[in-house]
Design a protein around this ligand. Structure first.
Ligand SMILES: [Zn+2]
Length: 97
């Protein structure tokens, strides 16, 4: 991490706030950085929680991956800094005819 390491928590800090809006545990989501292309679980990224919202930065290059803000009547989720999120799900059970 290159951006204010002493202020950063790990990405698990976003698990609680984001759990209200995602039906899955997002800490294991593989988040790919739009700038450097590094892919790492959300839990391994750098979370900044001291402002009016939460900011998740890439552990590789410190670029902003996610901005997450809640207000009284809305949730703002800005994921422009991430190229993709791979969210693991339970295997789909398919029945054969
Ligand atoms: Zn990066």
């Amino acid at each position: 991490m290159h951006f204010s390491d002493e202020l950063a928590l790990d990405g698990n800090a976003l698990a609680g706030p984001m759990a209200e809006f995602f039906a899955v545990d997002v800490t294991s989501a593989l988040v790919t950085c739009n700038d450097c292309g590094a892919a790492a679980p959300l839990a391994d990224q750098a979370a900044y929680v001291g402002g009016p919202g939460w900011v998740l930065r890439c552990a590789g290059c410190s670029s902003v991956l996610v901005r997450f803000v809640t207000t009284r009547d809305a949730v703002w989720l800005d994921v422009r800094g991430s190229a993709s999120w791979k969210i693991p799900t339970a295997p789909v059970q398919r029945s054969l005819p």
